[in-house]
Design a protein around this ligand. Structure first.
Ligand SMILES: *[C@@H]1O[C@H](CO)[C@@H](O)[C@H](O)[C@H]1NC(C)=O
Ligand SMILES: *[C@@H]1O[C@H](CO)[C@@H](O)[C@H](O)[C@H]1NC(C)=O
Ligand SMILES: *[C@@H]1O[C@H](CO)[C@@H](O)[C@H](O)[C@H]1NC(C)=O
Length: 187
């Protein structure tokens, strides 16, 4: 009889532990679900970047060139923090920012400019929310940057983006970013 009671006790302790484990597992699921933005699984994304030369969001004097007599603009750095919008108009819905810098890596000067660009897009359209990490060579004609990863909705992404100047009315310049994501081999 005593043996039966002991067994009964052990079984109820085991059940209680099992339920506790289930509860804690489901509560972590709930917490992580609400903190994790929906993964971006489409192949294309586009948005517009608004440059206003009157705003404090761009500094051409971030880093001066090393020696303009010897090597043109070599070493000159530009720092920027620009608004990202849904449509071409600067007043259209704001989706985030693009922050980064370019450094002149050509010592030959214009038109042989070769700007190394490193930037980060913060994107939040209400459905997808996260960052994209960009790297590449920026030029007047065509700028194609590699998308080297991201966070939030864009965790683990890879791809490229093409920058097109669509409005060139100083003090306003508007760029369109067309992002193409590569299909994930596994996820
Ligand atoms: C970005 O947009 C906000 C309004 O949405 C504006 O106040 C701010 O000046 C803009 N920033 C730049 C760098 O243009
Ligand atoms: C820039 O380079 C030239 C040519 O080598 C040199 O004569 C000059 O002193 C340099 N200027 C500075 C500010 O270093
Ligand atoms: C988007 O993500 C950022 C960074 O994690 C967070 O601060 C922000 O609240 C998120 N926006 C929404 C609408 O959830």
């Amino acid at each position: 009889m005593e043996k039966m009671q002991k067994l009964h006790f052990i079984i109820s302790v085991a059940m209680a532990l099992f339920i506790a484990v289930l509860l804690s597992a489901s509560s972590t699921n709930l917490v992580s679900a609400s903190n994790t933005p929906r993964p971006f699984k489409k192949h294309h994304l586009h948005y517009y970047v608004q440059l206003d030369t009157r705003s404090p969001g761009i500094s051409l004097k971030f880093i001066p060139p090393i020696n303009t007599t010897l090597s043109a603009n070599f070493g000159a750095g530009t720092l920027f923090a620009l608004n990202v919008t849904k449509d071409v108009e600067p007043t259209s819905k704001r989706l985030g920012t693009v922050r980064g810098y370019t450094v002149e890596t050509s010592y030959l000067g214009f038109p042989d400019s070769a700007l190394l660009e490193v930037a980060m897009v913060e994107y939040d359209d209400g459905k997808y929310n996260g960052t994209l990490q960009l790297q590449g060579l920026a030029s007047q004609q065509l700028t194609e940057l590699a998308v080297k990863g991201g966070s939030g909705s864009f965790r683990g992404v890879h791809g490229y983006l093409v920058v097109t100047l669509v409005v060139d009315h100083l003090p306003t310049r508007t760029f369109r970013h067309d992002v193409t994501f590569f299909v994930k081999m596994h996820s």
